[in-house]
Design a protein around this ligand. Structure first.
Ligand SMILES: N[C@@H](CCC(=O)N[C@@H](CS)C(=O)NCC(=O)O)C(=O)O
Length: 227
């Protein structure tokens, strides 16, 4: 299996942590600057990473971080990361959809301007609005993070160390990777989230630390450029 990645991205970090934690066989191809090439778009018209290229996939490739982790868990019967019982699995799916549909857009609006990442069409950040309006929109997104973040703690974790229970699930890998970006804006994570991030890194060890170092290194680089 070939994993096409961009190292500074937390969407990518999630899958990069997962394949390491699950000890799957893979090679990584850094496609920085190549996602809009004809060759890449011919495989993946959405031009998005992470993307896996593997035999047996109807189209030869698969993108969307959560779908990749779900597919690999199904394929290799990795119930440790993705429980089989429908009700428990549904909670993991719900947490991941909630992250992609609700939390991540706030995180992107709050952090992408600081990270120097392009914003999505229609966002104030990608318009010709004055800097003050862009800053107001960025702050509004940052302020909006606390509410869905609290939902992960109160509802999905509900007193357990992880969304997955005693051990991290694919939803936990996706959440922890997402929260890494908040360092770009020095977001004050609540105490429980700091404990959670430390527990994720402790539980997954090098599998977490190695891809996290790429994201953290990029954030440190961007911050150093602003000084
Ligand atoms: N929801 C997607 C988001 C993927 C995404 O936005 N990927 C970005 C990097 S963070 C990308 O590959 N952009 C390259 C491009 O659009 O050319 C996921 O979770 O995988």
């Amino acid at each position: 299996m070939k994993l096409h990645i961009l190292k500074p991205s937390v969407n990518n970090m999630a899958v990069r942590v997962f394949v390491r934690a699950a000890k799957l066989g893979f090679t990584e191809d850094d496609v920085y600057g190549k996602t809009r090439t004809q060759e890449f778009i011919a495989m993946n018209p959405a031009h998005l990473t992470p993307m896996i290229e593997a035999k047996g996939l109807p189209k030869g490739v698969l993108w969307e971080s959560c779908a990749i982790m779900q597919y690999l868990c199904n394929k290799h019967d990795l119930t440790k990361f993705y429980p089989k019982a429908p009700a428990r699995r549904a909670m993991i799916d719900s947490a991941m959809f909630y992250l992609i549909g609700t939390l991540y857009p706030y995180v992107a609006r709050a952090t992408y301007p600081a990270l120097g990442f392009p914003q999505y069409a229609g966002e104030v950040g990608s318009s010709d609005a004055v800097a003050e309006h862009k800053a107001t929109a960025q702050k509004a997104a940052s302020d909006a993070i606390a509410d869905p973040l609290g939902v992960f703690h109160k509802f999905y974790m509900d007193g357990k160390p992880f969304i997955g229970g005693a051990k991290p699930s694919i939803a936990d890998i996706r959440l922890a990777a997402t929260l890494e970006f908040l360092a770009a804006i020095d977001y004050a994570l609540p105490g429980w989230a700091r404990t959670y991030m430390a527990a994720m890194e402790k539980s997954l060890g090098k599998a977490y630390a190695e891809p996290a170092a790429d994201v953290r290194g990029y954030i440190a680089y961007v911050k150093s450029q602003k000084k």
